[in-house]
Design a protein around this ligand. Sequence first.
Ligand code: FMN
Length: 334
Amino acid sequence: MTDIRQRKDDHINLALDPQHQRRAVSSFDQVCFEHNPIPELKFSDIDITTSFLGKILSAPIIIGAMTGGSDRGEIINQHLAEAALECNIPMALGSQRAALELGLDQKIRRWAPQATILSNIGATQLQQHGPDLAVRAMESVEANAVMIHLNPLQELIQPDGDRDWQSILDIIQRCCEKLPVPVIVKEVGSGIGPTSATKLIEAGVSFIETAGRGGTSWASIELARNNSDKEKQIAEPFLNWGLDTVAVLGSLNQVLPSTSLIGSGGVRHGLDVARCLRLGADMAALAQPFLKPALESTDSVINKITILSEQLRWALFLTGSRNLDEVKVAPLFN
Ligand SMILES: Cc1cc2nc3c(=O)[nH]c(=O)nc-3n(C[C@H](O)[C@H](O)[C@H](O)COP(=O)(O)O)c2cc1C
């Protein structure tokens, strides 16, 4: 196995291990809707459809960016893509770096010709190869939008990670200018706060995906792969580094009220999706919760999406909300 394939394979195994999840420090559970014992609506009338990237989707739920490049990546992606198509929700691809570097065939459009697909590439790869790499990433999968991921902590912890982050904002701006589709910028678990988000929006970015602290911890995963005692000691204080997803959504919504936000990082069920919307997000993305079903089958992923959608409907019912606009302003109780 090549180094990059081995690394991606390690990521899958470690991401399944609860020890690398930060749910204990997530504050989703502190976002408490005021229970509405008089919902005054019929459950079957609840509407969770939404529009995103000019498409009408079944739910405001995105299959978060995961994997690619490992041997198991292909089967995972097939199951996710087929389920995304069947359920009419968007799927974000994992980094296409390995696929583009190794010249792998990306079959996503064979599995999901009509699905909403978000292409994915790391900001440092763009800095090394220029905006044309983003265009190749998009074209290779006929993506509806391009996601650029920011992961400076992961790169610091990862042996031989990218440490040159000069001109990152400039390259993102050039991608926004060059690409014919919207650009989404995401973190991978440390969050994007108001100062960075403001710069990204000014650079032309259309959506910010928070990917805050509270779910999968890449610091923890990369540390588990690192055998150097010295590097472990250096990284230790940064295990809980980053901005909590709930706090960051609240803050972005206040500072940049008209910015389109995707809530992610520790979203674990449909109630968390409702909480993201209430905190100002238009969509919510889950990555790790889809990993186990994706290793099993397309049906398992469909089942997971059905459960998430039903949980979201319950949250709407119990807050007396007929649709997503209403849950976005449903009263909270503290
Ligand atoms: C196995 C795995 C692989 C991932 N690979 C990528 C990736 O290639 N590109 C990316 O932008 N994010 C990647 N992520 C990060 C997720 O998209 C997400 O931002 C992060 O895991 C937090 O969300 P979660 O708590 O729902 O997992 C990956 C996550 C997992 C679990």
